[in-house]
Ligand binder design. Structure first.
Ligand SMILES: NC(=O)c1ccc[n+]([C@@H]2O[C@H](COP(=O)([O-])OP(=O)(O)OC[C@H]3O[C@@H](n4cnc5c(N)ncnc54)[C@H](OP(=O)(O)O)[C@@H]3O)[C@@H](O)[C@H]2O)c1
Length: 262
């Protein structure tokens, strides 16, 4: 799985979505993170076909939304996603949030999709350690990915260590804190020190922590900027300075207090 991709949440305009994915693929992105909730699976499929890049060179993630969860419901929701994408498999399929009554059954359906080779990897999103424990107790195939909110103000070190211990890759959603960490004075200072933008500093910090990232942007210059993070390295001191910024601050919801009527 590529360590870096484009997130497409809130890309609702048809043309803008196609353009953004096209730009990202031109700048070397090879992973796209969508969800049935985002309403743009059709655009993701269309942009990938239009690019001419072979399907197997692009890693496509989508997710089952909360009110589609449960065993049979998830299998049906997956079919709908596949049709919208106009693809015959998806690279990674995730439970979007751990709906208390259904998340275990949902994951069981995801395992079946994996067995049937309709997905290349299994995973979950917004799962705390206690959710993962329940899944791991029953699963034949452990989740390969947990996608959670993560950025310098919400570092989730315990969850991340738990995932790594169980060989579950961690993907950071809102890796830039929806832009909310980019004016931080410590990050600005590091940015000036090394001549990189604050977004590049934050994204590089994630990579060096072994976290996968899916920054979202519809701005071509930012899509390019966010991809230029493989030609420099943060020092141990710079990594530690960013590690000290954690304040357990969420820009999204806490999975244990999710408003499921959303
Ligand atoms: N699993 C989940 O529950 C979940 C939840 C939320 C998100 N996600 C996934 O994670 C992806 C990323 O998260 P996100 O969209 O919430 O937040 P994000 O990637 O942290 O931040 C996106 C925001 O930052 C701006 N931005 C991007 N690059 C920038 C740069 N170089 N300089 C300054 N500003 C920049 C974007 O603006 P412009 O677009 O205007 O350029 C946008 O407003 C989503 O698209 C989605 O795929 C998953």
């Amino acid at each position: 799985m590529p360590r870096f991709g484009l997130g497409v949440y809130k890309m609702t305009d048809h043309e803008e979505t196609l353009q953004s994915i096209d730009t990202a693929l031109k700048f070397g992105y090879r992973a796209i993170d969508t969800a049935s909730l985002y309403g743009n699976e059709a655009e993701v499929g269309e942009a990938i076909r239009y690019s001419g890049i072979p399907r197997e060179h692009i890693f496509v993630t989508t997710k089952v939304w909360n009110n589609d969860q449960g065993y049979d419901e998830t299998l049906r929701a997956f079919e709908v996603s596949l049709k919208k994408l106009k693809m015959d498999y998806v690279d990674l399929y995730l439970t979007h949030w751990a709906v208390p009554e259904t998340f275990e059954e949902t994951y069981r359906a995801i395992e079946r999709l994996y067995d049937e080779k309709l997905i290349r990897a299994t995973g979950v999103s917004n799962h705390h350690e206690h959710h993962l424990e329940k899944i791991l107790a029953k699963a034949n195939i452990a989740p390969m990915v947990n996608q959670v909110e993560m950025h310098p103000y919400l570092q989730q070190q315990a969850l991340s260590a738990y995932c790594h211990e169980h060989q579950i890759a961690v993907t950071a959603w809102s890796p830039l804190g929806r832009g909310g960490v980019l004016d931080d004075s410590t990050i600005l200072e590091i940015s000036k020190e090394i001549g990189k933008t604050t977004a590049q500093v934050v994204l590089r910090w994630h990579l060096q922590n072994d976290t996968l990232i899916i920054p979202k942007s519809v701005t071509p210059s930012r899509i390019e900027e966010n991809a230029q993070i493989f030609d420099f390295e943060l020092t141990q001191t710079q990594m530690e300075k960013i590690a000290s910024l954690n304040r357990n601050q969420r820009f999204g919801q806490d999975p244990d207090h999710f408003k499921f009527d959303f």
